[in-house]
Design a protein around this ligand. Structure first.
Ligand SMILES: *[C@@H]1O[C@H](CO)[C@@H](O)[C@H](O)[C@H]1NC(C)=O
Ligand SMILES: *[C@@H]1O[C@H](CO)[C@@H](O)[C@H](O)[C@H]1NC(C)=O
Ligand SMILES: *[C@@H]1O[C@H](CO)[C@@H](O)[C@H](O)[C@H]1NC(C)=O
Ligand SMILES: *[C@@H]1O[C@H](CO)[C@@H](O)[C@H](O)[C@H]1NC(C)=O
Ligand SMILES: *[C@@H]1O[C@H](CO)[C@@H](O)[C@H](O)[C@H]1NC(C)=O
Length: 388
């Protein structure tokens, strides 16, 4: 009898998970207000801005095989769409948001301020720091009403350049030098988020840093073979630990709302058990040259290899995910459970009344504890593994 109950609950869970996993269920229009989407950060969210700042005639991301899964390269670092395109799709922004630097762009549903090579600290070449991106937003702000900005979604993914640069320029940094650097990066990030809030933004989705040492380009540069380069993962972890508590503090300010996407563990799980997520290759990229096919995708002077079937790869180039992976990640951001994004999904964040104070806060151990749902069956936990 007990066995039978377990069986029934497993079947139930499969049905529920199937329904939740069906992309058509969590789609546009279902009670989701028409809001704008604004993105800030680096190449991961760049909708094409870098091409306007680069002195190069044909920067790689504007060249084949970037955009291969669509008709043409479009200045995005993927074989096709990127995470913000899918989020845009879910909230009925049909063709994605335009790069803010594109002259004459239609800004009615927001813009991407993210640009490749962007960092939080420092002076990135032919790029913008997060602070410069926020100031660009400030200069264009009167294109949108204050009410519209308040209910719109602000997505931020940045910090990779800071930590890659730090390990390159300070290869022998000890623990206290690392901590000091993480603190200076996260303090500056805090200032920039505060600046956005003072400009009227109130709904924030912050994506935690990936396990940077597992990026194919880092495995290749550090010659770690099938292993990740742990010093970079450590830095990313130290950075990530500061984000939730920082946002909890912000949420004490009137109307400040946020959620945190645990990109770190989402990528780590796919790296460790790619087959659970229907990826075949997670330790090297689809396009490039080198031990991990990780360098030079799209560069004119590099004779890159290109995998046959990019949907089976987690990474398209040395540090960016394939369109397939980005689509999966966007579904997690929009509709997954607290294993992956907390204290709420982006859908919940958007429908939460603008101007209201949050009812929940981010909790440090939620993602590792996996305490939801409270079911007895271990096989359900295996299924949850597949979802998150
Ligand atoms: C801008 O885009 C919106 C919807 O995304 C559309 O309704 C509007 O007509 C567009 N404006 C122009 C000038 O093309
Ligand atoms: C990289 O680090 C160096 C030395 O700290 C700094 O001068 C430079 O601005 C940094 N570059 C970026 C993009 O952060
Ligand atoms: C709207 O944004 C454009 C840049 O695309 C900027 O040139 C213009 O000044 C902005 N308009 C207003 C009214 O802020
Ligand atoms: C990646 O993993 C596969 C199988 O899991 C292994 O055969 C291959 O050698 C690994 N690639 C690298 C570059 O370590
Ligand atoms: C929760 O996280 C904190 C800080 O990261 C840690 O000190 C504590 O041991 C964790 N507790 C559990 C139950 O994992």
């Amino acid at each position: 009898m007990v066995g039978k109950c377990d069986f029934v609950s497993v079947i139930g869970a499969i049905l529920v998970l199937t329904i939740f996993h069906n992309p058509n269920i969590v789609h546009a229009g279902e009670g989701v207000p028409e809001v704008a989407l604004f993105t800030f950060g680096d190449s991961y969210y760049d909708a094409g801005n870098k091409a306007f700042l680069s002195k190069k005639k044909n920067p790689p991301q504007t060249q084949w095989p970037y955009g291969k899964s669509l008709d043409d390269p479009n200045g995005k670092f993927s074989d096709g769409h990127i995470v913000p395109d899918f989020i845009g799709d879910f909230i009925s922004i049909p063709n994605g948001i335009p790069p803010a630097l594109k002259p004459g762009a239609n800004l009615s549903r927001g813009a991407s301020f993210a640009v490749a090579d962007a960092s939080i600290l420092g002076a990135p070449v032919e790029s913008m720091t997060l602070n410069q991106q926020v100031n660009k937003f400030r200069s264009m702000k009167s294109n949108w009403t204050d009410d519209y900005i308040e209910k719109s979604l602000f997505m931020i993914y940045i910090g990779t350049e800071d930590y890659l640069n730090f390990t390159k320029t300070n290869p022998t940094a000890d623990a206290s030098a690392q901590q000091a650097f993480v603190i200076s990066v996260t303090n500056k990030l805090k200032n920039d988020i505060g600046l956005l809030y003072s400009l009227g933004a109130s709904k924030f989705m912050v994506q935690l840093l990936a396990p940077l040492g597992c990026l194919p380009i880092m495995r290749q540069e550090h010659g770690t073979g099938n292993d990740c380069y742990e010093p970079l993962n450590d830095l990313a972890k130290q950075h990530n630990e500061k984000i939730g508590p920082m946002l909890n503090q912000f949420a004490k300010s009137p109307g400040f709302q946020f959620t945190v996407f645990d990109f770190y563990n989402a990528i780590l799980r796919r790296t460790q058990r790619p087959h659970n997520y229907r990826f075949y290759v997670a330790n090297s990229s689809c396009c490039g040259v080198g031990t991990h096919t990780a360098y030079g995708c799209g560069m004119g002077n590099v004779h890159s290899k290109l995998c046959e079937y990019q949907r089976s790869y987690l990474f398209f180039d040395g540090r960016h995910n394939t369109e397939k992976a980005q689509e999966e990640l966007a579904h997690l951001i929009y509709g997954a459970d607290t294993n992956v994004i907390q204290p709420m999904t982006v859908r919940e964040l958007i429908v939460f009344p603008a101007g209201a104070n949050m009812l929940e806060s981010w909790e440090p151990n939620l993602s590792s504890v996996r305490r939801r749902p409270s079911t007895k069956s271990t096989s359900v936990y295996r299924l949850l593994d597949l979802v998150g």
